[in-house]
Design a protein. Sequence first.
Length: 109
Amino acid sequence: MLGIRKYRGAAIDLWQGNPEEFACDLISDEVAGGLSSAAVNRYRHLALALKLKDDPSPLQSLAMQAMDEIKNFLESNNHADDKFPQRITLILNSSLQYDTFQTKLFETF
């Protein structure tokens, strides 16, 4: 894991590997649903296990969309009041996905 970013009280990071080998409070396969569920249930550490294919063009768009959704959530009043989740990890399958999402992570936060 290289490059943890902090934004509005939450740490955002990336992890490459099998979601079953990752320890956290909640693993979700969708960004918006995972964020809202973690906030409502007051989970500290949310992991988003995104099922993606290694096609560079859609990856750019999906990475940007994921970062925008995370940023919008963290800027919302819901997150400001409760501060949950405190850590958001994006679980990715390949180095291409990791590199693409890392670039967008650094650009966004």
